[in-house]
Write a protein that binds this ligand. Structure first.
Ligand SMILES: Cc1cc2nc3c(=O)[nH]c(=O)nc-3n(C[C@H](O)[C@H](O)[C@H](O)COP(=O)(O)O)c2cc1C
Length: 204
C-alpha cells in the first residue's frame, strides 16, 4: 500500500472528502496505488475511549503504518481541525507518521482560517514524526460546487492547487523509490513544467 487517504469529516456530504476523492482519482489515473479510510466509519465508543486495541481502529492504524504517503483531509472546526481527526491521530503511536510524507487538506467556511493547516495541524503532524509535510491545500466552501450531481466541481484556482498536490505526492513517491535526498529535487512551480518533470521521472 503506497498512498493512504484519510477523511476526517463527520459529515456525510463532505467537501473535504470530495477534495480527497478527486485527488485519489487523479493519483490512481496516474498509476499510483491508493487506499482510503473514512474516519467517521470507525466505532465512536472505542475512538472516544482511546481503545487502540479495537479491531477497526487497530486496522486503520496498521494502514497508516504501512503507507508511504498519507493524504488527510479535514474541515476547519473552531479555527482548527476536526475532533474526529484528532481522536484518531491521538490513537497512533508517538511516531506514527515517521518516515511518511503527509499532504494535509482542509476546507473552511471562511478565508480567515486559511492558515489552520499551518498553525493547528502541521505541529501535530510534525510531532508524530512526519518525514516531510507537503504544502497544505486549503479551500473555502464557495470553491466547491455541490449540486447533487457528480462530479463535484471545483473552481480554477482550487483545481490548480489540487493538480500541484498530485504532482508533489508523485514527486515524493518517485524520490522514495530511487532514494534521492529531499533537498536535491525541487518541485517545479509551474503546472506545465511540473507535469513534464513528473512524466519524465515516473512514467505511468
Ligand atoms: C462545528 C463547525 C465548526 C466550524 N468552524 C469553522 C471555523 O472555525 N472556521 C471556518 O472557516 N469554518 C468553520 N466551519 C465550516 C466548515 O469548516 C466548512 O463548511 C467545511 O467545508 C466543512 O467541511 P466538510 O464538508 O468536509 O465537513 C465549521 C463548521 C462546523 C459544522
Amino acid at each position: 500500500m503506497s498512498i493512504l487517504t484519510l477523511s476526517g469529516s463527520p459529515s456525510v456530504q463532505s467537501r473535504s472528502a470530495h477534495l480527497l476523492a478527486h485527488l485519489r482519482g487523479e493519483l490512481e489515473a496516474a498509476g499510483e496505488r491508493t487506499s482510503h479510510i473514512d474516519l467517521r466509519g470507525l466505532p465512536a465508543g472505542p475512538l472516544l475511549a482511546a481503545r487502540a486495541d479495537d479491531p477497526a481502529i487497530a486496522a486503520a492504524a496498521r494502514a497508516v503504518a504501512e503507507a508511504q504517503v498519507v493524504v488527510l483531509a479535514t474541515p476547519v472546526y473552531k479555527a482548527a481541525y476536526s475532533g474526529l481527526l484528532k481522536a484518531f491521530l491521538d490513537l497512533l503511536p508517538q511516531t506514527g507518521l515517521r518516515d511518511k510524507v503527509v499532504l494535509p487538506i482542509a476546507t473552511g467556511g471562511s478565508l480567515a482560517h486559511a492558515l489552520a493547516i499551518d498553525y493547528a495541524l502541521r505541529p501535530v503532524l510534525s510531532a508524530l514524526g512526519s518525514r516531510q509535510i507537503l504544502p497544505g491545500i486549503f479551500a473555502v466552501d464557495q470553491q466547491i460546487e455541490i449540486d447533487g450531481t457528480e462530479p463535484v466541481r471545483f473552481d480554477a484556482a482550487l483545481t490548480l492547487r489540487l493538480d500541484e498536490g498530485v504532482l508533489r505526492v508523485r514527486e515524493a513517491l518517485a524520490r522514495s523509490r530511487i532514494d534521492i535526498p529531499l533537498e536535491f529535487v525541487p518541485v517545479p512551480p509551474a503546472r506545465r513544467t511540473a507535469h513534464a518533470a513528473v512524466a519524465q521521472r515516473c512514467p505511468a
